[in-house]
Design a binder for this molecule. Structure first.
Ligand code: NAD
Length: 262
């Protein structure tokens, strides 16, 4: 595992900063892990920064995941989500997801705040997960904003699904660019972030708000910030420890050290 100390900028696998992270974790009462698309990349789910494949290669995801795109072309957006659902169906949690679930057994309280909509944290065994951007598997009525079970929906002539109550198209129950986040989830995320001792920033580019602000609130409230990402992000500069690597490799290593691996 390669790591860079924010203080001396040296890269070393045995840098004492790692020990300081392990000590912090051993004494921590509350730990938060903010995760983004990068944590699922090793499961084969592309991030928004990755090029899309096949039929969808010519589309920019940030132009599809918007209310305007759905209003303009609901079929296109629905089919993109059906493709993403099929992708998700064929994938499994990776070592990073499992390590986060294992980490919860070593600290009194661990809350995962995720921007991911894939449900892989829960599948790996994480029990306290705040979903900031909704969940890919659920659908809601695009007019009434209430969750509708797929089995109760009415198929339309265009190959979409309609709400059994009002007839409006169903859409995935996810937060699109430009939309507000679910209030309860966001409020809880802010509370947990400002009350934790250690805050992990894992696999997120740190540019999508308001999630990108959570580490800043945590830091201001005194949390020790740890970033895990193969690439630099706007949040790297405020992290106390930056672990430059894949979450599927770095997180299991942290758990191994916590378990007294060396
Ligand atoms: P992003 O695509 O903007 O950034 C991904 C980040 O992950 C990058 O900084 C990249 O360097 C890093 N990364 C790539 N591989 C990694 C690995 N193996 N380990 C650790 N880090 C790795 O993603 P974002 O910051 O989550 O924000 C974009 C939006 O994309 C969010 O709203 C999210 O809901 C949505 N999204 C979700 C999924 C999913 O549910 N799996 C997939 C794609 C996009």
């Amino acid at each position: 595992m390669s790591q860079i100390c924010q203080m001396c900028q040296k890269e070393s696998p045995n840098h004492p900063i790692t020990q300081s992270l392990i000590s912090r974790l051993r004494s921590a009462q509350r730990v938060v892990a903010l995760t983004g698309a990068g944590v699922s990349a090793e499961s084969g789910i592309p991030t928004f920064r990755d090029a899309q494949t096949g039929l969808w290669a010519k589309y920019d995801p940030t132009q599809l995941a918007t209310p305007e795109a759905f209003a303009r072309n609901p079929k296109l957006v629905w089919e993109w989500y059906e493709w993403r659902r099929a992708l998700r169906h064929d994938t499994q949690p990776n070592a990073g997801h499992y390590a986060l679930a294992a980490l919860a057994k070593h600290v009194p309280r661990l809350v995962v705040i995720t921007q991911n909509i894939d449900g892989l944290h829960q599948l790996a065994g994480s029990t306290d997960v705040i979903e900031l951007h909704g969940n890919l598997q659920r659908n809601k009525c695009s007019r009434e904003n209430i969750v509708i079970e797929r089995a109760t929906a009415r198929p339309t002539a265009e190959g979409l699904l309609a709400c059994p109550r009002c007839g409006a198209y169903l859409r995935p129950d996810v937060v699109w660019f430009g939309e507000a986040l679910p209030r309860d989830a966001l409020e809880r995320a802010f509370v947990e972030s400002t009350q934790c001792d250690v805050f992990f920033i894992i696999g997120t580019s740190g540019v999508v708000e308001p999630a990108a602000s959570l580490p800043r609130y945590a830091k201001r409230a005194g949390a020790f910030l740890v970033e895990i990402n193969p690439e630099e992000t706007p949040l790297s500069a405020i992290a106390d420890v930056v672990l430059r690597g894949k979450s599927g490799e770095v997180l299991p290593e942290i758990v191994r050290r916590l378990e007294g691996g060396d």
